[in-house]
Design a protein around this ligand. Structure first.
Ligand SMILES: *Cc1c(COP(=O)(O)O)cnc(C)c1O
Length: 449
């Protein structure tokens, strides 16, 4: 850790400010910590807030990672079934321990992890799984691969997470599971989601693909539902290019996950079910093992920086940091997200706001252009043989009619983010650059139009 770290007291103050972001009362903030000579917008020829400075790069690597890859290369153990002490079984043990679960099965991607869970829970053609339209396509791909129906529920506009009440409204007699997605790496409203699942006897597969190590009500994300899934794709906060993992405490169910992901072949060597081949390879696990030292430190650093950003951003009119639910102790901060409300910025569109920021040397960006409910896959499946056979005409008609998520549409237009795996490892000064650039654009909002 370096001298730019927040003091412990500042951190606690900022962290509790973050937890209270939802309830933030907004008053006109006192500015003045921005140098006056930089007060003209860079987009209009003024001096940018930030130049000639770089952000921490991602994915992360160091000599540990290199050594680990070399060791695996020379060992000639390149596939997990060659040895019980290879990198994949070793990573599974370490990851399970880190997450506080009994079992872990590593896979070739987060999408593969999710699909494995869907199959292991016996979710089949004709079944329905409720999830979010505001997510990586891998989330719904995992449901579609089982030829089950992804039913998309709308969002909480401030948290970008599934709205539990809308989830409950969309339950039908075919619903078998809920797949909550912890967007940006911060927790969904799991208390309500688990209560709904228990009431209707549904399984919960947590899509924690962005949410490594995040804690909600004393529990790590991925350990609250029946099964939890992670991604180690190159952009994620622990990364090996492509990779994934399932965690859980139910031995029988986790054993089934192993069988499914191993082309249907169990640990006992019998080919028992229909399953794809989704094994993680030893080089992927070698990268992950090399990256584990320092993983928790980087997580803590992102949380410190996120708390500091929220602490400063929350008083800027028109900027609303991602709402965190009560019980959120920490987030993964795969993404640091905020809502931009143009009515506070002289009605300047988000694109103008982002362009002005870019000129200041700060790159915020939109994330998902439009929700998955608006992508063409819905017509593709509604016209497919298996869906027409397994669902009644009436159900498919209703699906088409109800496939609307107006809050998600708003979020797609309003959200601005810092893709945080790398940048949130920066210094406090880096974070100040972000805030100062936004303050500067706000102060010059009359010149944006
Ligand atoms: C990355 C991601 C996935 C898919 O993981 P892959 O490893 O890319 O297959 C699924 N859900 C969410 C929320 C993700 O961010």
């Amino acid at each position: 850790m370096n001298k730019n770290n927040l003091t412990r007291r500042q951190f606690i103050a900022a962290a509790s400010a973050a937890s209270l972001a939802a309830a933030a009362s907004r008053k006109v903030p006192a500015y003045g910590n921005i140098s006056r000579k930089a007060s003209k917008l860079a987009i209009l020829g003024g001096e940018p807030i930030r130049r000639n400075k770089s952000w921490p790069r991602w994915p992360y690597w160091d000599e540990n990672v290199i050594d680990s890859i070399v060791k695996t290369t020379k060992s000639r153990i390149w596939c997990r079934i060659q040895s019980k002490s290879g990198t994949v079984p070793t990573f599974e043990k370490k990851f399970a321990k880190l997450m506080g679960t009994k079992f872990c099965v590593a896979t070739g991607s987060g999408t593969q992890a999710l699909h494995t869970c869907v199959e292991a829970l016996g979710i089949d053609a004709g079944d329905e799984v409720i999830t979010s339209p505001y997510t990586d396509p891998g989330t719904i791909a995992s449901i579609l691969s089982a030829r089950a129906l992804p039913v998309l529920a709308d969002l909480d506009r401030q948290s970008y997470q599934l709205d539990p009440d809308d989830v409950e409204r969309r339950i039908t007699e075919n619903t078998k599971a809920i797949m909550p997605v912890h967007m940006m790496g911060q927790p969904c409203h799991m208390q309500k989601i688990m209560a709904i699942a228990n009431k209707h006897n549904l399984k919960v597969i947590e899509d924690a693909c962005q949410a490594h190590l995040a804690v909600y009500q004393g529990k790590k994300l991925g350990t609250i539902g029946h099964l939890g899934c992670f991604s180690f794709q190159a952009s994620k906060t622990i990364a090996c290019g492509e990779g994934g993992a399932i965690i859980g405490n139910d031995e029988e169910l986790m054993d089934k996950c192993y069988t499914v992901h191993n082309h249907g072949t169990s640990r006992r060597g019998r080919t028992e079910v229909a399953g794809p081949k989704y094994r993680m390879n030893e080089f992927e696990a070698a990268v992950l093992l090399g990256q584990l030292p320092g993983f928790e430190e980087r997580f803590a650093r992102r949380n410190e920086n996120a708390a500091y950003l929220t602490f400063r951003l929350r008083d800027i009119p028109g900027i609303f940091p991602q709402k965190l639910y009560e019980g959120t102790t920490s987030g993964s901060y795969y993404i640091y997200a905020m809502t931009y409300r143009k009515e506070y910025f002289n009605d300047a569109d988000r694109s103008k706001f982002l362009k002005a920021l870019r000129a200041e040397g700060i790159s915020l960006s939109p994330y998902i252009g439009q929700g998955l409910h608006k992508e063409p896959w819905t017509e593709h499946i509604l016209n497919s043989k298996v869906y027409q056979k397994m669902f009644s005409r009436k159900r498919l008609q209703r699906y088409r009619e109800e496939n609307r998520c107006p809050n998600c549409d708003k979020v797609c237009q309003e959200m601005a983010m810092i893709w945080a795996s790398g940048p949130l490892l920066g210094t406090k000064e880096d974070m100040d650059d972000v805030v100062n650039a936004i303050v500067k654009v706000y102060e010059n909002r009359n010149k944006l139009a």
